[in-house]
Design a protein around this ligand. Sequence first.
Ligand code: HEM
Length: 502
Amino acid sequence: MGLLTSSFSFQLPALGSVSPVYGVGLLILSTLLLAKVLSSLFFRSSRNKLPPKVWTFPLIGGVRKFMKGPIKMIREEYPRLGSVFTMKVLNRNITFLLGPEESVHFFKAPESEMSQQEVYQYNVPTFGPGVVFDVDYSVRMEQFRFFSESLRVSSLKGYVEHMVLEAKSFFSKWGDEGVVDLKSELEHLIILTASRCLLGREVRDQLFKNVSDLFHDLDNGMQPISVLFPYLPIPAHKRRDEARKQLADIFAKIIKNRRDSGKRETDMLQAFIDSKYRASGRYLEDHEITGLLIAALFAGQHTSSITSVWTGAYLMKNKQFLEPVLNEQREVMSRHGDKLDYDILGEMDVLYRAIKEALRLHPPLILLLRYSHKDFMVKTREGNEYRVPKGHVVATSPAFANRLPHIYRDPDTYDPDRFTPGREEDKAAGAFSYVSFGGGRHGCLGEPFAYMQIKTIWSHLFQNYELELLSPFPEIDWDAMVVGVKGKVMVRYKKRSLKTEQ
Ligand code: HEM
């Protein structure tokens, strides 16, 4: 402000010696020039301002900090450096964008500017060749279309029928009362359900043990070291590769039988068998179908079972939130009896919010990554502007962003009512205020499937059992690739009929 005032007073006396029109013209011109010089100076300096850097020991310093846990590191650095900062890990610069305003470009930029392929390459040996991160963006987009089509409402309705049957049959083995490790029970149920809905009847009915053992080997082949060196010849990777081959053989036989017999099923496998690439008009090859099914199982299995466990643990611990969930179940049962289907589950808003809140506090995917192909500017909510250079890995963190105190009141407290009409804290700062399912261009395609599955499980349990959490409230297992619940979650159950207690 001081600079502007003195410039004007310097120029005004000169105007007296020229004609008024010419003088005014000169004044306007010089003002414009001045404004241009100042704005270019200011603009250039903000365009060149890189995000602050996390201090680390040279060479492997960043690795140590990162390996101690990215969320711990973010919690330490955020108060010092703010919502945008860069950390060097080996030869990579990782820039963190932490918050709904800061992560807009992360979620919305086109693939030519922010891509997934480079940072999610480590999935290729697990998913196999010719799918997802092993193919060009145009092919990947078509494959994601196959996912969306296989998960649309008309298909979901059929999947929910499988989910309900699986839950009923699974819990019928529990008996009238007992004690179980809820974590391992729900993991088991979800793999059964996912097998039925995604991999198909053949796997679920005849090959379940064989296929789930192979998936187990695939799963164990995804170690933290695999992210940096996916092809390192370690035993876990060798078992992964062998399992991948055997799965391809099993699915090739199943697909052939289905094609030969003309028999159709309601599952994702059938949806993929029926899918065609628009660009070439060709059907998917068997190895592509296998790869996409593996990708779906990886995307949806641990994420859903972890969320189911957190939901139950929070509701068993917080009776004030359990009661409204039970009341909703009673009300739904008064209208539909013990029937559960897609539409009935859709009526359960209280249960929906209870799950959503567990997932806010514990998103299983704690870091989302992209690779920046083009410099971009990011502005923090405090008004700092930084240029993030091309070549940086860019990260955002649902686990951190979902607990920001300027978005969520008492962010560490379980409070499903924060999503009720009128409060809607998940929309407080726009579309990326709640990012457990990601958002923007690559938002989760399985979100409705996941909610249906978790709602089915908890509706069945609440309608039929009284439950008590015996273990202390679970801790977070930060070491897992998909971050979940540490240790066992022991629960006592006793059969009851919720309806009769009205
Ligand atoms: C509670 C359960 C789930 C959670 C928390 C979850 C979370 C996420 C997140 C955070 C992303 C975005 C990744 C990124 O931006 O890099 C994502 C993407 C995706 N999810 Fe899920 N997911 C869940 C269940 C499922 C299920 C059940 C399926 C399929 C049956 C599924 C299929 C997908 C697919 C195909 C994508 C990729 C979308 C794209 O890149 O365009 N997810 N999920």
